[in-house]
Design a protein around this ligand. Sequence first.
Ligand code: GDP
Length: 176
Amino acid sequence: LPEYAFIGRSNVGKSSLINMLTERKSLAKVSGKPGKTRLINHFLINESWHLVDLPGYGYAKVSKKEKKIFQKYITDYFRKRPQLVNTFLLVDIRHEPQPIDIEFMTWLGKNQIPFSIIFTKSDKLKSHQVENNIANYSTELMETWAELPPIFITSSSKKTGRDEVLNYIEQINQSL
Ligand code: GDP
């Protein structure tokens, strides 16, 4: 089944977004291997695709060793994933482009992994600020990327952006 991965810095709102996306959807949690720490969780949606919840990165409070372990989980996931169709990189709409996110996008690009950006917590800003921040973010991306990735704007508190993300996934699934 096609897989769609969700990833972002810790506290970006990933759990809230996944809850919003999976609400009212026919959903089954597909567990990882028993006995293994479940850093990566799979959800079967509508019996037609897997939502993959990848660990958050950029924790301020973990040791270098722990960071390495997280990184290894993430890169291992991407290295052997023929089913992976698209990665959604979550970015807090309030923040300037963060080096760790930019680095990660570069890494995805180098490994030819398609990605989209989901700007989260849009309810925290006025709409003109949302537009302004996205414009700034896009300008920075255009310095390294020939074209911008698809961009989504969500708020898990206001429940907005849900259909856009899900329709995008359904559309790709139909073209596979
Ligand atoms: P994760 O660490 O990326 O899984 O982030 P969480 O989903 O746990 O969210 C981190 C914090 O941000 C929590 O306090 C959430 O309530 C808050 N949060 C997440 N999404 C939103 C949102 O869309 N709007 C607002 N206002 N707060 C949010």
